[in-house]
Design a protein around this ligand. Sequence first.
Ligand code: ATP
Ligand code: MG
Length: 434
Amino acid sequence: MTPLRAVKGMNDVLPDEVGRWQRVERAYARSMALHGFREVRTPYVEPTALFVRAIGEVTDIVEKEMYSFDHRGEALTLRPEGTASAARAYIEHAVHGREPVTRWWYTGPMFRAERPQRGRYRQFFQVGAEIFGDEGPGCDAEMIDMLVGFLNELAVPGIEVVVNTLGGPSTREQYRAALVAHLTPKAESLSADSQRRLGTNPLRILDSKSESDKAAVSDAPTLHDFLGAGDREHFERLRAALDALGTPYSVDPRLVRGLDYYTRTLFEIRGAHDKLGAGSTLVGGGRYDGMVAALGGPSVPAIGFAAGLERLLIASDLTEATNTVDALVAPLGAGATTAGLVLARDLRRAGVRCEIDTRGGSLKSQLRRANTLGARIVVILGDSELAENVVQVKDLAAHTQDRVGRDDVVRAVALRLADDTARMVAPAASREPA
Ligand code: ATP
Ligand code: MG
């Protein structure tokens, strides 16, 4: 029988890689806690209408990337992103009535039917956050600066922050008209998608990856020419705050991003271009002051971002100590196995990660096992040791072997592990999610 395989674009993460994932997840959770964000968990499936309303009808996600299905008459979708669900939950639980400002973070799988390639999958993971109830620009700057700190902590090389402002709805309307006027005479040179979008969502043409579209927009008017005084001041204050924080950034007046609901502040963070190439966008974020109201909630300003976890893992130069346990208990013979079980439990109670090779087997094969597990310490228990109530503590990093009384084993092992200057760290730099 042909073995079944995982769905195309959806990956297994095997235990060898999970250590790096957890390291990034822990760093993120810690950074979030330091900034006063609390974790929210929302369902992976939502009404399709939520994403259509929140993301916008004429967007890549809604037009062609959603996993939507009908279940007993309900139109449902596997979530393609996290902001819409967070906003829905925020409204549904009337959080604005209890908290003037709400800071939420989330992580989990997202689903988009895209063409799989390096850093682009059909099930992928995001970490993200939202701030509801603060119209910025201080919290916008704080969010960007926090992300730069997080990416630095992950040792992501070549971090570039790009910011822009989209102004408010009236700016968008005026700019939309100017852009259509600029592009209509060139309509024939546009890609098929962009020709269609000229009539539906012309701003998205700025975001197109097609070379002919890029050429057509290269001399288009910029949105900045249409900003109102309030929008302009908001952006100036954002820039002043980033300057004060020493957060490096550049301004790209043509930066627009996929989702329809953005207003004012918009940003992207790229990095590790050598490893990710064209897909080097790690984080995308922006302000969506009108979205909560558009979803039927109160008029509450908000800003958020999302980062792709797989891309962060490819981008990060962090390596992870790959040892599975610190110690292996190696009993030689059946009598020693029982004593070994007790010893292993004692070690674990003292916080030593420990495995026992209950298959017994030769010392040589158990030492091989210790190597595979990355165990630094091997506690050897033979018949003669058992008779004398001692063990051999072998330190594979320090190349020593000591005879230790049974009652002193836990302390001896813990002491050796506390001095981790000789700790074995297998480089994991070449590993990345498939
Ligand atoms: P792109 O232009 O690369 O398609 P996007 O604008 O669709 O990105 P967002 O919706 O803003 O991306 O998602 C934020 C981040 O999530 C991206 O910067 C990226 O790191 C990650 N991401 C988005 N889509 C995928 C995917 N299909 N596979 C892996 N990561 C993804
Ligand atoms: Mg996309």
